[in-house]
Design a protein around this ligand. Structure first.
Ligand SMILES: Nc1ncnc2c1ncn2[C@@H]1O[C@H](COP(=O)(O)OP(=O)(O)OP(=O)(O)O)[C@@H](O)[C@H]1O
Ligand SMILES: N[C@@H](CCC(=O)O)C(=O)O
Ligand SMILES: [Mg+2]
Length: 356
């Protein structure tokens, strides 16, 4: 395949589009994990999602509607600055509806928005640690690994620096910048335990904003990787054997947990989560049973546990929270491919709303 020359593209990218705004509508596809996008031109810069037109797409091509009634409606939910086109161009995260504007089955945002609205007085915050693994374009060889072979065992790679340990930093760092530019609250990045694996954290964000920010951050990751010609995988156990899996640890707090004496509220929430372990595991990502083995900094999928500073527990109470007697807890069970709308919604249903 002939390689497109970025420098040639840049001569067009710098053209002034006047008052025209390119709006990239982004939505979650039929697998519940893939992201789709298409662009339309707006005449002026919108100041809120309410000003943006509802649009539609061919749901029969994304596994989201039958061919005979293929139109799915795209309803704008959140606006971000577009780090690829820059200027006043925007990314528009949407959720999907039938023509009668009832949510399609794969629209998980709709219920999460209801849950977050119902729990608004508790001001839930989420900080999500997104782990991901970079691969060569062949989608077989993790980035930086010898073709058909293995690198040295895990040890030097976590938070590593140097050509022998950090593989793909340009992508991790480009994505970090692009997210900050877009208005995504990335709180940090680090190289992970398995070589070629990285993490970024999004948050803390309040309520439904957390899912919106995480989904658009994944879209930005796909686009950055597209530019570098590298494949990103959100598989929870990309390489079987003695290699770390990839999670999406979800840090959670409510207003009461963040206030003095909050530890009692944290323990109360953990006891509720204990009773619903299976219900949570069922929606914490597909293939998570390959990851939650009780090894590689995970707890066994069959048992619920919590503990201070324990990376082998289902839920970790950070040392700082124990010392302060308040703060937040870290649910370590969600897989890297989890749906943040479903996971944050499920947690609030269990610990705040007492919903089944
Ligand atoms: N009170 C809070 N409620 C919810 N999230 C919070 C709160 N305070 C901090 N966070 C968020 O929790 C996340 C913690 O991520 P960080 O990677 O620092 O944690 P970690 O669990 O120590 O990392 P690792 O598991 O990789 O060792 C950050 O996104 C942070 O902004
Ligand atoms: N990658 C591990 C977590 C490692 C960490 O805590 O940094 C997991 O699958 O959850
Ligand atoms: Mg963590």
């Amino acid at each position: 395949m002939s390689k497109l020359d970025r420098a040639v593209y840049d001569t067009y990218a710098s053209l002034d589009t006047g008052s025209y705004v390119q709006a990239e509508y982004v939505w979650i596809g039929g697998s519940g994990q893939d992201l789709r996008c298409k662009t339309r031109t707006l005449d002026k810069v919108p100041t809120s999602v309410a000003e943006l037109p509802i649009w539609n797409f061919d749901g029969s091509s994304t596994g989201q509607a039958p061919g005979e009634d293929s139109e799915v409606m795209l309803k704008p939910a959140a606006i971000f600055k577009d780090p690829f086109r820059r200027g006043h161009h925007i990314l528009v995260l949407c959720d999907c509806y039938k023509p009668d504007m009832t949510p399609i089955p794969s629209n998980t945002r709709f219920d999460a928005a209801r849950v977050m609205e119902a729990a608004k007085a508790h001001v839930p915050w989420f900080g999500i640690e997104q782990e991901y693994t970079l691969f060569e374009k062949d989608q077989v060889t993790p980035y930086g690994w010898p073709k058909g072979g293995f690198p040295g065992p895990q040890g030097p790679y976590y938070c590593g620096a140097g050509a022998h340990s950090a593989f793909g930093r340009l992508i991790a760092d480009a994505h970090y910048r692009a997210c900050l530019y877009a208005g995504v609250r990335v709180s940090g990045i680090n190289a992970e335990v398995m070589p070629g694996q990285w993490e970024y954290q999004v948050g803390p964000c309040t309520g439904i904003e957390s899912g919106d920010q995480l989904w658009i951050s994944r879209y930005i990751m796909l686009r950055v990787c597209e530019d570098f010609g590298v494949h990103v995988s959100f598989d929870p156990k990309p390489i079987p054997g003695d290699w770390n899996g990839a999670g999406c640890h979800t840090n959670v707090s409510t207003k009461a947990m963040r206030e003095d004496g909050g530890m009692a509220k944290i323990i109360e929430a953990l006891e509720k989560l204990k009773l619903k372990h299976k219900v949570h595991i069922a929606v914490y990502g597909t293939g998570n049973e390959r990851r939650l083995t009780g090894r590689h900094e995970t707890a066994s999928i069959d048992q619920f546990s919590y503990g201070v500073a324990n990376r082998g527990a289902s839920i970790r109470i950070p040392r700082t929270a124990e010392a302060d007697g308040k703060g937040y807890f870290e649910d370590r069970r969600p897989a890297s491919n989890m749906d943040p709308y479903t996971v944050t919604g499920r947690i609030i249903k269990t610990i705040v709303l007492d919903e089944a």
